[in-house]
Design a protein around this ligand. Sequence first.
Ligand code: IMP
Ligand code: MG
Length: 183
Amino acid sequence: MHADIAKVLIAEEQIKVRVRDLGAQISADYRDVGNLLLVGVLKGCAMFMMDLVREIDIPVAFDFIAVASYGQSTESSGVVRILKDLDTDLAGRNALIIEDIIDSGMTLAYLRGQLLRRSPASLRICTLLNKPDRRTADVPVDYLGFNIPNEFVVGYGLDYAERYRNLPYIGVLKPEVYRDAAH
Ligand code: IMP
Ligand code: MG
């Protein structure tokens, strides 16, 4: 285990099993619907999305969007700036947003609103992790990997100050490693 990690919350093998289940569920749900487009929210989605897409056994396209919250705070303001937009026209597509984690939900609520204006045939949300205790914005979660307690986690794409994304598990960061990354 990495020296900065207090404990492993979700082991590599558990993630693998859950991602396989989600892939099967998504494949079944969209098999007769078709025109599936995964919309990955960079950068945290990277590991999850690349593993998930390999567990989907129906025709699927994917694209990425990168967003940033306005302001410096670790708490979401809810106003989001698009740093890198999709290349794909969403009109008529069955879009599925792929997120690493939903905390307050503010980021995703805003992004969802923006994407809905582009007239997708459908728009659903898939997140690997969810912190239900922290939710302030109302976002419908259609596919969920794991509910987790209100602790700051890293690994499997999730970072603290751009570090730890490469850990193969989800771990709780030792509090002394960060100062003001609240929650
Ligand atoms: P929200 O708008 O509060 O839902 O913010 C969600 C975003 O905050 C995620 O996409 C992550 O980038 C970040 N975030 C929230 N909780 C954590 C965590 O425990 N570890 C790493 N990043 C987190
Ligand atoms: Mg994120």
